[in-house]
Design a protein around this ligand. Structure first.
Ligand code: CP
Ligand code: NVA
Length: 321
């Protein structure tokens, strides 16, 4: 049995293949029990999560709040103007106080080092709700969505076309751990961080699966099953918008680009979406799984919150991932 009790969830880099699969399996099981079978399952009665948000959010906030309530617990949302954190109280002092009042801290921050500092000082598990470097909760939701759609993950080919950002960094570790082929197309100057890339090259060398990086979207999408993109202008980069729109010319996902993909292609986008990175045509296509993906943010964060507080054995048979 796999125990994740007491663990922080800041990046998939820290988790083994078996541990990630456990989280996916539990997510699918919670969805089955609570959504499909209408079961009332409240293992977290009396527990609470404090949610520090230094940036806006629709999905991460709602999935955590509504998911914690479904599991029987309570969620306290602390927006940028609600808490002293980083303004007139240090991260370390805030971490100590929140640890004494709540059982989990979930934080959406700018610098990844902020969430690391929180985790270092907190005595309760810290879950990242996105940092400049990673967005691991999103990656879990993406994998659950693909597992539901294809019935397996190992051997799929994902093409990521767009900015080398937090979404991509998490996808890179997730794919390497689960044996998913990954090809990446970014414009020059927008590649993923070199520390992640170097490590990925090492991780993929030990496996049969493939990893490739290019600046040509058509090359990346060639024979891909899954096409993934994200905004070209992440939160905090608003003033770079004009330059970025220019630099990303030719990277919009459209029907022509998808001619290179496998016939069974699907499309993922973490949302919020802007039109420049994907045409309406593809975004609204029946092979676009974006709404299912958004919903799965809920079942996956529930699995993470449950597992960092207590062990859980899913009732569903283990899927073939
Ligand atoms: N995908 C995602 O994290 O969305 P929010 O910014 O709305 O939380
Ligand atoms: N890369 C985006 C993801 C939003 C969920 C951002 O950081 O703004």
């Amino acid at each position: 049995p796999i125990s994740l009790v007491g663990r922080d969830f800041l990046t998939l880099r820290d988790f083994s293949k078996a541990e990630i699969q456990q989280l996916l399996w539990t997510s699918l099981c919670l969805k089955d029990r609570i959504k499909n079978k209408k079961e009332s399952f409240r293992p977290l009665i009396g527990k609470s999560v404090s949610m520090i948000f230094q940036k806006r959010s629709t999905r991460t906030r709602l999935s955590t709040e509504s998911g914690m309530v479904l599991l029987g617990g309570h969620a306290a949302f602390l927006g940028p103007s609600d808490v002293h954190l980083g303004v007139n109280e240090t991260i370390r002092d805030s971490a100590r106080v929140l640890s004494r009042m709540t059982d989990i801290i979930l934080a959406r921050v700018y610098a990844h080092s902020d969430v690391e500092e929180l985790a270092d000082e907190a005595s309760v598990p810290v879950i990242s709700g996105l940092s400049d470097k990673f967005h691991p909760l999103q990656c879990l939701a993406d994998f659950v969505t693909l597992q539901e759609h294809y019935g397996y993950l190992y051997g799929l080919k994902i093409a990521y076309v767009g900015d080398g950002n937090n979404i991509l960094h998490s996808l890179m570790y997730g794919c390497a751990k689960l044996g998913i082929d990954l090809s990446i197309a970014t414009p020059a100057g927008y590649e993923p961080d070199p520390d992640v890339t170097q490590e990925l090259i090492r991780m993929y060398k030990q496996k049969k699966t493939q990893f490739c990086m290019t600046s040509d979207p058509l090359e990346a999408v060639y024979r891909a099953d899954v096409i993934v993109t994200d905004t070209w202008v992440s939160m905090g980069q608003e003033e770079e918008k004009t330059k970025r729109l220019k630099d990303f010319a030719g990277y919009q996902i459209d029907r022509n680009m998808l001619k290179e993909a496998n016939a069974n292609w699907t499309f993922l986008h973490c949302l919020p979406r802007k039109q420049e990175e994907v045409t309406d045509d593809i975004f609204n296509d029946k092979n676009s799984l974006v709404w299912q993906e958004a919903e799965n943010r809920k079942w996956t964060v529930m699995a993470v919150m449950l597992h960092v507080l207590q062990d859980y054995s899913p009732l569903l048979p283990k899927p073939k991932f």
